[in-house]
Design a protein around this ligand. Sequence first.
Ligand code: NDP
Ligand code: OXD
Length: 309
Amino acid sequence: MALLFKSDTDRADIWQDAIAKLMPDLEFRIWPEIGEPADIEYALIWNPPKGALSKLANLKVIFSMGAGIDHLASDPDLPADIPVVRMVDEGLTLGMTEFVVMAVLRHHRRIHDYEVQQRQKRWEQIVTPLAPDRKVGILGLGVLGSDAAEKLAYLGFDVSGWSRTQKNLPGIECFSGEEGLRTFLRRTEILVCLLPLTESTKGILKAENLSLLPQGACLINVARGGHMIPEDVLAALDSGQLAAATLDVFPEEPLPESSPFWQHSKVLVIPHCASVTLPTTAAAKVVEGIEAARSGKPLQNVVDFERGY
Ligand code: NDP
Ligand code: OXD
């Protein structure tokens, strides 16, 4: 029994040690040294080459290294009958909530403006409201969005969220549906995107939707680059419709040198690490999944490809 590990952004040796401590009998094979393909029953994967997984005849479960599975859904040869388990892990959630809270506070206290002022040696105080008078809106109220919403509400922010199915979360104003999206956007001063990338959500950060935000709103995209229409975000920044943006994800990653986002004074560029899957907490989730598969118990967090996430 072997597990295939493939990721260009995660340290294979650290993952190997963490998994070996929990499941010493599991052979750990690191892409591209896959050995005999028939030995591989499990794959722990981030951005595999298209078609790679279809060659593993005895594959039983695909574990996505990330919460998002768009890196797998885009593979036309992804084996249709193999369950894909996405990453749901308290470390990943905590990391995302830390990042979202940091970015919301940065925009709320207009630190983005002080950063510009400092470069111009301008000593000017900006008076900002307190958290209860700041409306934060979160697109996506799943594992990550709901935790961030709850922690922001705890800090006193006036938080709302939008999801596919209607939610009822204490202290959060919840919206769903197309009309719900418009109402949600009209009230949102700091917009956080934490949606999965699907056919229904791609391009949601487009001119039409950005224009519904109050003028001078801020945008935090920590979901996927495909949620944004980059030209529309740039136009909104240039017109002042958006005052600033924190962008962790981009349609093309790494962000090409020619991208106008790099130099834009209103944009903070982060290299897709708002939250990172750490083996310290997440290796146990993979091992739990393998144990469940071995003993015929139901797998948790299996992706519904009909729904797209
Ligand atoms: P979940 O599946 O737990 O939550 C997704 C949320 O989005 C749910 O509330 C869901 O609604 C909502 N949603 C999905 N489709 C629609 C739609 N068409 N309209 C309205 N709402 C919709 O995902 P996670 O919270 O675990 O992760 C969210 C995303 O965050 C990932 O897919 C990934 O892309 C991104 N991510 C980014 C990271 C980074 O470092 N930048 C790190 C980790 C994740 P409902 O509740 O009704 O199902
Ligand atoms: C994820 C990510 O989906 O890291 O977990 O982007």
